[in-house]
Ligand binder design. Structure first.
Ligand code: MN
Length: 299
């Protein structure tokens, strides 16, 4: 696994989430060929599905990261141990900062609808990873319009337009809506590495097709990229400065050492106050998996 982004297209693997419904997600990061794009360290893409209970993830903990949820269709209710209860719909951002510890659940809103979207994780730098947890919902995010595309800026800054979301390293996250057959030239920051996920539909970049669910990666040093929608498309642009700390990702935790991860796991299994209590309609919690028999190392 490399840490340096090169120009390649990542194909997702199918991962079954620990849920009551067996929903599968398509995971492009981390990938055996690439761990992170900036601080973006986890890309899960789900749906479209018409299962009205597709998202049914009971209470589980997080540390050392932010979760960013972005939907293309449908809605999900987020409940967390801070007492937040928030329905998220398309074009809105749920941003949960786990810091030293939080727990949450994510449940489909129970009505007939199609659900599709992404859940992204952002690694917190060492200086901020032990902050107190926070949850924020952003319902009115800025839009950049071009001739052919609508670009919603949900994290960081794009073309001088700033998202109000709080993140802890230089990042960008945008949704690009592009009509079939149209092209757009996206502005990139050369100090960032980038990824473009085909969230709905597919697109073409330098005459190469990026199929639905694939993530096209671009190394540092680019000022722009031109993409053409092959079908009506929603493309998620992610970017950031290379994350220069070694991290240890295990289950829902990001730490730095094996001992830290063991401690985090023990805190969750013992029901410690660190992760609080989620009050939701399920009233269940997901147990941590067993620790592997080998020592975990930060990479
Ligand atoms: Mn979660």
């Amino acid at each position: 696994m490399t840490t340096e982004v090169s120009e390649l297209t990542l194909t997702p693997r199918r991962v079954k989430l620990t849920t009551r419904t067996g929903v599968e997600v398509r995971r492009t990061l981390p990938h055996k060929e690439l761990r992170m794009i900036g601080a973006w360290c986890f890309v899960d893409h789900f749906g479209p599905t018409s299962d009205p209970m597709a998202m049914s993830v009971a209470a589980h903990p997080h540390t050392g990261l932010q979760t960013a949820t972005w939907l293309f269709a449908g809605s999900i209710t987020h409940n967390d141990s801070l007492g937040s209860r928030q329905v998220i719909s398309p074009s809105e951002l749920n941003l949960m900062t786990a810091g030293k510890g939080i727990s949450h659940s994510e449940l489909s809103v129970d009505r007939e609808q199609t659900l599709s979207g992404v859940q992204l994780w952002i690694a917190l730098p060492d200086s901020d990873r032990n902050n107190s947890p926070e949850f924020a919902h952003y319902g009115n995010l800025p839009i950049v319009m071009s001739d052919s595309a609508t670009i919603r800026v949900f994290v960081g800054e794009y073309a001088g337009i700033q998202s109000p979301a709080t993140v802890y390293s230089p990042l960008v996250g945008c949704e690009v809506t592009l009509v079939a057959g149209h092209s757009v030239t996206l502005q990139l920051r050369p100090e960032f590495e980038h990824g473009l996920l085909a969230g709905i539909g597919s697109f073409d970049i330098n005459s190469e097709t990026v199929a639905f669910g694939q993530l096209r990666c671009l190394p540092q040093g680019r000022n722009e990229v031109t993409i053409t929608a092959l079908e009506d498309a929603r493309i998620v642009l992610l970017g950031g400065e290379p994350f220069d700390e070694k991290i240890l990702m295990w289950w829902n935790f990001i730490g730095r050492t094996h001992e830290e991860i063991v401690q985090m796991r023990n805190e969750w299994e013992s029901g410690s106050v660190l992760f609080g209590t989620v009050h939701d309609d399920l009233g269940e919690r997901i147990p941590a998996p067993e620790m592997p028999s080998v020592r975990l190392n930060a990479r």
